[in-house]
Design a protein around this ligand. Sequence first.
Ligand code: SER
Length: 596
Amino acid sequence: MVIDSKQLKTLFLDFFTENEHSLIPNSPLIPEYDPTVLFTPAGMHPLIPYFLGQPHPLGTKLVNVQRCFRTGDIECVGDSSHLTFFEMLGNWSLGDYFKKQAISLSYDFLTNKRWLNLDKKRLSVTVFAGDQDAPKDLESFEAWSSCGIPDDRIYFLSKEDNWWGPVGNTGPCGPCTEMFYDTGKPACGPNCRPGCSCGKYFELWNDVFMEYNKTPSGCFEFLKQKNVDTGMGVEHTAAMLEGKENVFQIGAVRPIAQKVEDLASITVPDDVQERSIRIITDHVRAATFFLGDERGVKPSNNDRGYVLRRLIRRAIRFGRLIGIEQDFLTDLADIVITLNEADYPLLREKQASIFEELNKEETKFKRTLEKGLRKFQRIAENCPRIDGKDAFLLFQSFGFPIELTKELAAEAGVEVDVTGFNNEYACHQKVSAKSATKLFKGGLSDASAETKKLHTATHLLNEALRVVLKKKDIVQRGSNITPERLRFDFNFDRALTPEEIVAVEKLVNDQIKNALPVVREEMSVQDAKTKGAQGVFDDKYGNSVSVYSVGGFSKEICGGPHVENTSELGVFKIKKQKGIASGVRRIRAVLQKCDQ
Ligand code: SER
């Protein structure tokens, strides 16, 4: 029986739950409470506080499947294995079992007939060889031996191969052991061994033994507890299990690539076309997940929005390269949604806004792409180095992310003065800083007094909807606040009646009249939960979250800012309501000085 990615996920979760692991949620791609990373890069990332000793509400043995995104891999996409967006399976021990049991669980899952049933004889492993920071990992060696892996298939490798983390410069880290499957292909030479990139050894799984904490001074000290962090790439392992040459051939990805081929009327792609097809497939897949995330991102020139823009524009450029004339992003996004909606129903719910954003970006970029490419050619023809001013002109007037200019330059054999570009960019930022607004989490466009008032009103509205509509599970699906109005999206499957609108307005205005104090407290996620705070309870939160209470009326996990007392708000008035996706409503409301 061929195991595909869907079955692989089910088997993995079943195996570990049978082995007393608790299933934890697949956290959003966009971490809300970790400003140090733009996207969730690994299944372990949301768990860092727990590796450091914070008790996890679901216990010491955990398992999940986690959607991940790695920006560092964008340039590599196009080969047989790299994806920017992927799913990762992981099991974790938080100070519970360690090397011996982790290895025996891994071995059982890989080789047992009930699970992956892989051929034991084709399995080889690597373990940490030891250095000045940490000793040779004989414990893992022994554990593999006792599973029956012969010595000549256990390789001792250095830190470069068998050490993981820390994610930043400091934090939990440790030696790892990796598992490889022999594909049966001939060795590329006498030094071919697991880890070699020739394709003979297929990397299956990585068990990290987090026993150290790297301190700011660069020392490795023992953590309070010894943890296990494992990671298995879903698409990657599915490729092996489905007997496919690469991740773009698996059932969960191939239909997207097929559509690209159809749109470009390509039947047998050559190598250059194949690379373009893969890039488009990966990038549109990632972009769809970005836009459809719980904390969806929109294309922009900042941070996450910029990464999204880069992905979309790169996909458009490669689409043009293989001759796709028409708009194509939403056709592909539709397939991405169809392939993933069973596990990620929010993608379908947000389909309308995903399509809208993709269409907008496609229209915008296509308007300038041709002219920009001609401009690029003229510049590149005349000198071997694109200076900062020209790179900035391509960015500002033609919408070319600097990475795109670099890529075009590399293809044309010319250089780009990236430092010069950065200087131009910084200069420009300074000039426009006066009008620039600071981005706050939770959809605030600035921190003006008016915006703060509307933000507090949003909390009141959120609670009032739950009360008036008598539906406790109403949650925020999106929020966008400007100094003029608030916009609030929530799950509800019909329009509010005029009476309900009046009742919601009245309930909010009553709280304003009650002059309730707005109080911010730091507390643990567990406490926030116990105290009934609203908000997404990911198991990724750090030691504490910030919770805003409006009198005894509302309590929400939120980054602020808010007014100090509801008496500052004015009169709350709902201006518009509409459905924006199936089961999702949007309300626009304002605060007026008096009842007009
Ligand atoms: N953190 C390790 C990885 O990403 C194992 O989960 O590979």
